[in-house]
Design a protein around this ligand. Structure first.
Ligand SMILES: Cc1cc2nc3c(=O)[nH]c(=O)nc-3n(C[C@H](O)[C@H](O)[C@H](O)COP(=O)(O)OP(=O)(O)OC[C@H]3O[C@@H](n4cnc5c(N)ncnc54)[C@H](O)[C@@H]3O)c2cc1C
Length: 423
């Protein structure tokens, strides 16, 4: 048995790919990245034609902390021989399909990433972490969890998932089968909006469409300049130091800075709904129900799906042949961490996280469990997004290597809390 790795990372989505890419610039650091998928794919079930990134492509895996890295989005464009054409195309936003290709390009160059390596269990034994995969045990001094979020399924649908009731994360697997059917899309965020656009522009459309959201309307994503300051590393740090009650209040207040619908898409949807309702003769009925929560679900004998909808002043029913749950995702610790759960500290059901994104646990201080995309409650609404991913990975690497940047010795522009904080 050789020496343990300095760190083992679980998952190789954008968060841990950023870590792997930045680790290449730290000579002597020994890390390994274990990914269950056989090859890289970025949320493939929602990689819809025309879907775009909701963030600048400069907020890639590395640029915000190291624009000279060979793994930037611009380096990707250059390597593909399309830098000038990309500029001439003048996209308002980069297509997700192109960002997916960029992420795969990075993943395929990184020698530390092992695909087809699902981690089943993480334990601490013999003075280091032991990560179990079907290929054997990987030992490491530190662990970095980058397993993403879990699809959220509302209570009425918990035991109902199948080929007719599915989360939007599986949408493309089922999309062709929705032609000519009565479809209900539940959820009024970006995913719901993208799914509805896809259905309304499909060559073979559903016979009938219900779009149901408990939100009182379809609020836009707030991408205005001052709101975007929430996505600065300094803002995440300031959030970290707030009292827990204030953190919870701010998360609620800031919801639509991370969770609204892209404004251009909203206009496009309005136009599609207008055409379906007033202009196109043969369009099936489209019903938008805002302020309606699905409180009940049953399957009738003939296979019809019945949804009970509650609004502020009434209860109604909708019938469908298929239900798409565009109900978002939730953070949480992955199942593979179960052996260590009794040793991790929680407050109000949420894991306690330190400033270096490590979990508070009762193990030796020199062995840490870092979480990527698992600390929204402690770092604010930017935590699940791409914006701070490069900065967070740098912070984790600094902690692993003992480099001091979180105390502010190398404070960069991006570390300020607002564009106007020049202290
Ligand atoms: C459709 C969609 C579009 C988005 N678009 C944007 C956007 O435009 N801008 C933005 O800022 N944010 C966006 N986000 C939010 C966020 O940036 C992405 O979800 C991003 O993929 C998060 O990266 P991640 O690495 O934390 O998680 P994921 O991308 O979910 O990656 C987690 C990885 O861990 C692997 N894994 C899980 N468990 C194990 C295990 N036990 N062993 C080994 N591997 C495991 C998974 O296979 C997966 O590859 C989007 C989210 C979605 C769903």
């Amino acid at each position: 048995m050789g020496d343990p790795y300095d760190y083992a990372a679980v998952g190789a989505g954008p968060a841990n790919l950023s870590l792997a890419a930045q680790a290449q610039a730290r000579p002597g650091l020994r890390g390994v990245h274990l990914e269950r998928a056989e090859r890289f794919a970025w949320h493939p079930g929602l990689l819809l034609p025309g879907a775009t990134l909701q963030v600048s492509c400069l907020k890639d895996l590395v640029t915000p902390v190291d624009p000279t890295s060979p793994y930037t989005f611009l380096a990707f464009l250059h390597a593909q021989g399309r830098f000038h054409q990309f500029l001439n195309a003048r996209f308002r936003a980069v297509h997700r399909a192109e960002f997916d290709a960029y992420l795969r390009w990075v993943a395929e160059q990184l020698p530390t990433v092992r695909f087809g390596h699902e981690v089943h269990a993480v334990d601490f034994t013999g003075g280091c972490f032991a990560l179990e995969t079907r290929h054997g045990t990987v030992r490491a001094r530190h662990v970095v969890l980058g397993t993403g979020q879990t699809p959220y399924v509302p209570e009425p649908f918990r035991d109902a998932l199948d080929d007719t009731v599915f989360h939007s994360g599986q949408f493309l697997r089922h999309a062709d089968g929705l032609a000519g059917k009565r479809v209900a899309v539940v959820g009024g965020g970006q995913s719901g909006a993208e799914v509805v656009r896809h259905l309304l522009t499909a060559r073979a459309r559903p016979a009938e469409l219900h779009w149901i959201t408990r939100r009182p309307g379809l609020p836009p994503l707030d991408e205005s300049a001052f709101t975007n300051d929430l996505f600065l590393p300094g803002a995440a740090r300031a959030f970290f130091h707030l009292p827990a009650s204030e953190q919870a209040a701010r998360l609620a207040a800031q919801k639509y800075a991370g969770d609204g619908i892209d404004d251009t898409l909203l206009t496009e949807l309005y136009q599609l709904l207008y055409l379906a309702t007033y202009v196109e003769q043969d369009a099936g009925p489209v019903t938008l129900l805002t302020g309606h929560e699905v409180t009940g679900f049953t399957r009738a004998a003939g296979g019809a799906l019945r949804l009970v909808l509650k609004s502020a002043d009434a209860t109604a029913e909708a019938e469908a042949d298929a239900v798409v749950l565009a109900t978002g995702y939730r953070q949480g610790l992955p199942a593979c961490l179960r052996p260590l759960l009794p040793r991790i500290r929680f407050r109000d059901g949420l894991p306690r996280v330190r400033a270096d994104f490590s979990l508070e646990w009762d193990g030796p201080a020199g062995h840490r469990i870092h979480v990527q995309n698992g600390a929204r409650h402690a770092f604010g609404i930017a935590d699940p997004q791409l914006s701070l991913l490069a900065w967070r990975s740098r912070t984790v690497l600094d902690s692993i290597t003992g480099t001091d940047s979180i105390t502010g010795t190398d404070r960069t522009d991006a570390d300020r809390t607002t564009a106007h904080d020049h202290t």
